[in-house]
Design a protein around this ligand. Structure first.
Ligand code: PMP
Length: 405
């Protein structure tokens, strides 16, 4: 069986749009995915029928909102195979999840400690740990990236030592599409009892994330990268760590007892969820994940593999195109530069033909520097991308190349 991509596309109203008379070809899914009708409906239903604050209300709407909000937490727990629902913390997105843990870490680090990140991080997964290390006088070490765009695994192993407190890496690189061997990376770090934080922003939408199997301590992701709304995400962490992790935001909901002089903290997950949560978006993110979970992940993976294979084949036939990132295991994102024309011009001229891609440094300036480019043009796929769209893309790119000559 293969995915019925035509039927999937029917569920996305935005895919019917035209841009200057051309059908929209949306190849910017690593930046954000589009939303199926059921997710849009879930949001509209919340605001039309049971908008209410959760947990404290003594009325019907509050009960309903609380039930659906907490049910969405269960959907996420099951999706990533987390052992306990209390370990799933709502955040505003991956960035907030990383900040929550990095902020707490800055209070736990000492000056002899080391933190390891990689050379292929999104800025959210570098700057946060940099700041944590600076605050504590600890050392930040980085794993180099090979010419193919993979992590240098030997270098990684040689960086690990008894002082390594935490290792952070992306599940999938947002700029190169490289899929990292997360389980193996985690096993190596665990030999030194280091905590492992995985930036799952790009890994989550490809299915089959099992945090127990990976063995990591933290996994963060955003709703908008997996067919859900912006402004909502989840952080999963092991209960024994989250229950003791220094709180980073204080306020309502996260407290237990408050006097004018002091306060005690609530139990998980609430101790890390200060203030009124983003109820409607959490429910809609739950709906997005329920929707995505209805697909066979092997079929999703086969579809994504076919898209990447076709793109690679056409890129190799394209004189003047340099692929950035040729990892053996690659999904979603496909970056390149042309020997004439700046990536920004490529993006502009493709847009004139109805094709949406992303250009620039992809919030990964150190990685761009590693490849000696100021930025790349990146197309990125999702479950609704077709092989025809990939072929159409390369035809349009040929025209762009001629215009830039
Ligand atoms: N990490 C990676 C790998 C990403 O691709 C992104 C989003 N582009 C982020 C972190 C940050 O995610 P958000 O902006 O949704 O918090």
């Amino acid at each position: 069986m293969s995915l019925d991509v035509a039927a999937i596309r029917e569920q996305f109203p935005i895919l019917k749009r035209e841009i200057d008379g051309n059908p929209l070809i949306y190849l910017d899914n690593a930046a954000t995915t589009q939303k199926p009708q059921c997710v849009i409906d879930a949001l509209v239903e919340y605001y039309s029928h049971y908008n209410s604050n959760v947990h404290r209300g003594a009325h019907r709407l509050a009960d309903e909102a609380t039930r659906k909000f907490e049910n969405a937490r269960d959907i996420i727990k099951d999706f990533i195979n987390a052992p306990k629902r209390e370990e799933v913390i709502w955040t505003s997105g991956t960035t907030e999840g990383i900040n929550m843990i990095a902020n707490g870490l800055s209070k736990l680090l000492t000056s002899s400690d080391e933190v390891i990140v990689t050379g292929m991080e999104h800025h959210a997964n570098i700057v946060t740990w940099q700041q944590a290390c600076k605050a504590a006088g600890a050392t930040l070490r980085t794993v180099p990236v090979t010419d193919k765009g993979e992590l240098d695994l030997d270098a990684y192993v040689s960086l690990l030592n008894e002082n390594t407190k935490l290792v952070a890496f992306p599940h999938v690189s947002n700029s190169l599409g490289t899929v990292n061997p997360v389980k193996w990376l985690t096993e190596q770090a665990k030999q030194f009892d280091a905590w492992v934080f995985i930036d799952g922003a790009q890994g989550i939408a490809h299915g089959n994330v099992d945090v127990q199997d990976i063995g990591c301590d933290f996994y963060a992701f955003s709703g908008h990268k997996i067919y859900g709304p912006m402004g909502i995400g989840a952080l999963w962490g092991k209960e024994e760590l989250l229950a003791e992790w220094p709180v980073w935001q204080t306020g309502g909901e996260m407290i237990s007892v408050v006097t004018l002089q002091d306060a005690t903290w609530n139990v998980l997950p609430y101790r890390l969820e200060a203030g009124t949560p983003n109820v409607g978006d959490a429910i809609a993110m739950g709906e997005a994940i329920r929707w995505f979970s209805s697909f066979d992940y092997a079929e999703v993976a086969a579809h994504e593999k076919a898209l990447m294979a076709r793109a690679t084949e056409l890129a190799k036939e394209f004189d003047g195109l340099r692929m950035i990132g040729e990892a053996e295991d690659k999904v979603g994102a496909f970056s390149f530069v042309l020997d004439q024309g700046h990536p920004a011009d490529i993006g502009f001229l493709l847009d004139r033909q109805g094709i949406a891609i992303r250009t620039g440094d992809h919030c990964a300036q150190p990685l761009m520097a590693r490849f000696g480019v100021p930025g790349t043009a990146r197309m990125s796929f999702s479950i609704y991308t077709t092989i025809e769209e990939v072929e159409q893309f390369f035809k349009a790119l040929k025209k762009v190349y001629m215009m830039l000559a």
